[in-house]
Write a protein that binds this ligand. Structure first.
Ligand SMILES: Cc1cc2nc3c(=O)[nH]c(=O)nc-3n(C[C@H](O)[C@H](O)[C@H](O)COP(=O)(O)OP(=O)(O)OC[C@H]3O[C@@H](n4cnc5c(N)ncnc54)[C@H](O)[C@@H]3O)c2cc1C
Length: 467
């Protein structure tokens, strides 16, 4: 349903006419997020500048039963901030201040539109550390990170966004403002509503402030890259490192297709005749870091790596880490459409899953490069295709259906960090089952009885799974 002139006039009064976009040309950049193939025009884009304005906008939209899609920077990879037709797109990037850094409590209070990089920089400037580092951190917002419960390269040792959220200010769909959480390290008073909003993908409320936990900055770090002629050698190396027991801050993987694309793009000098590459980083006390790095070299060699390089200084470490950090961009150059997926399995099933993805690519005659967070079991099979080729797109769809069926069969999850959005909606009932789907639907209905927030995302309002 198109937004009415009355509603648009009301929005202009609330946030100022300069903060409401309605022309076709202005709306185009907000008609998609980072997810391939999906595009939909919103009815308008609104830029609030304070929580009170978000509350007033939601009150107005709720009264008019107008669809509202919240957006941070639009880097999401499951279509979470893709507009629903003619919706009000609420873009939070102008609410982006870092409000407080509390050294005594090791917390930082930020507004939802602050970028992850700005938060990381502010923590580092105070000699502290905010670990979550999604590959998109230069532009992704903390609101988007919380709404997706984003991970990053350091997830294995330091956890994901959820592990650093101590409090949230959330505007509910009817405009009521709720604060959940505080600076206490321990707090078991009532249900943890904070955890309900983390990962809720803009379907339960609009986050406007986040209270984050900070930790001391590790004193030292060492970066290593090992290459392997066979995938199983890399998988065994990961298992042996964890069993050692060493928990590196980074344990990332690239397959042959990705290594070739990265080398072509970044010219790092990676060997092209290998089947797998592992990027390994350890951080902490200098003596422990030295010891762990030596042990990881030994484990990689014991498993028959063709080469292992240890960075001698920060510049070399950055160069080696580039191999992983540029993986998505390097693959994206190869074909007009890049479909990046997010299959996650228990670590013990990694080699099996990687082989399965290779088999599926061969069977459907597709180019799929796989990279990802090997230490977390979180793989990103990435299909290099062309959305204009409908016959090939049909094969892509079939291939990913088989990949996700196998992921579930191996005890894995259909998304480790990118969320459900619209891209995975069809797989959620099979993964979650009837009882979870019913509880999630009822929670959503209680918080948003008019169904205005991110309609059509994550789940349909009344569908049984039939599983
Ligand atoms: C190159 C690249 C690398 C990436 N690497 C990673 C990675 O390593 N790890 C990872 O987890 N993800 C990664 N992503 C995915 C993406 O960057 C994350 O999901 C990120 O958290 C999205 O932030 P955003 O500000 O762009 O949110 P958007 O894309 O704008 O929104 C994402 C979702 O959050 C909701 N939302 C946004 N802001 C709010 C708010 N204030 N209140 C309530 N809901 C809100 C939206 O409605 C939507 O459902 C990557 C993406 C790209 C393009």
């Amino acid at each position: 349903m198109a937004l009415t002139d009355n509603l648009l006039a009301g929005l202009r009064t609330l946030v100022g006419p300069e903060n409401v976009l309605t022309t076709y040309e202005d709306l185009i950049p907000y008609s998609f997020d980072g997810t391939a193939v999906l595009q939909q025009m919103p009815g308008c884009v609104v830029f609030p500048k304070a929580t009170a304005q978000v509350a007033a906008v939601l009150k107005l939209a709720n009264r008019a039963k107008a669809a509202v899609v919240t957006r941070g920077s639009g880097t999401g990879l499951s279509g979470g901030s893709l507009p629903s037709p003619d919706c009000l797109l609420l873009c939070l990037v102008k609410i982006d201040r870092i409000l407080e850094l509390d050294r005594a409590n090791l917390t930082m209070l930020v507004e939802a539109g602050a970028t992850t990089q700005a938060i990381s920089n502010a923590a580092a400037a105070a000699g502290l550390f905010y670990p979550p580092d999604p590959g998109s951190m230069k532009i992704s917002t903390i609101g988007g990170n919380v709404a997706e419960n984003s991970g990053g390269l350091r997830g294995l040792k330091y956890g994901v966004t959820r592990n650093y959220v101590m409090g949230l200010k959330v505007v509910l769909p009817d405009g009521e403002v709720l604060w959940t959480g505080n600076k206490c390290v321990k707090d078991v008073a009532g249900y943890s509503l904070r955890d309900l909003f983390i990962g809720s993908e803009g379907t339960l409320g609009v986050i406007t402030r986040v209270l984050l936990k900070l930790i001391p900055k590790p004193a030292a770090k060492k970066t290593l890259v090992a290459t392997f002629a066979q995938m199983d050698q890399a998988a065994q190396t990961v298992s042996d490192i964890i069993a050692a027991p060493i928990i590196p801050c980074t344990l990332e993987f690239l397959d042959r297709t990705t290594i070739r694309c990265v080398e072509d793009y970044a010219k790092i000098g990676l060997p092209l005749d290998c089947e797998a590459l592992l990027l390994m980083e350890t951080d902490g006390h200098p003596a422990v870091v030295e010891q762990e790095a030596m042990k990881m070299v030994e484990i990689a060699r014991r498993n028959g790596c063709t080469e292992v390089r240890v960075a001698q200084d920060d510049a070399e470490a950055t160069k080696l880490a580039t191999a992983r950090r540029t993986a998505f961009s390097a693959l994206a150059r190869v074909a007009p459409t890049t479909i990046l997926e997010d299959a996650t399995v228990p670590r013990s099933e990694l080699a099996k899953m990687i082989r399965f993805i290779e088999g599926v690519a061969k069977k459907h005659k597709l180019r799929i490069g796989t990279f990802g967070h090997m230490g977390d079991g979180n793989l990103h099979p990435t299909c290099l295709t062309d959305e204009r080729n409908l016959e090939e797109m049909h094969r892509v769809e079939e291939a990913f259906r088989e990949i996700f069926d196998e992921t579930i069969r191996l005890g894995g999850t259909i998304t480790g960090e990118h969320g459900i959005g619209v891209a995975k909606k069809a797989f959620l009932p099979k993964f979650a089952g009837d009882a979870q789907m019913r509880v999630m639907r009822e929670l959503r209905r209680i918080l948003d009885p008019n169904g205005i927030l991110n309609p059509g995302k994550l789940m349909d309002a009344s569908v049984t799974t039939g599983v």
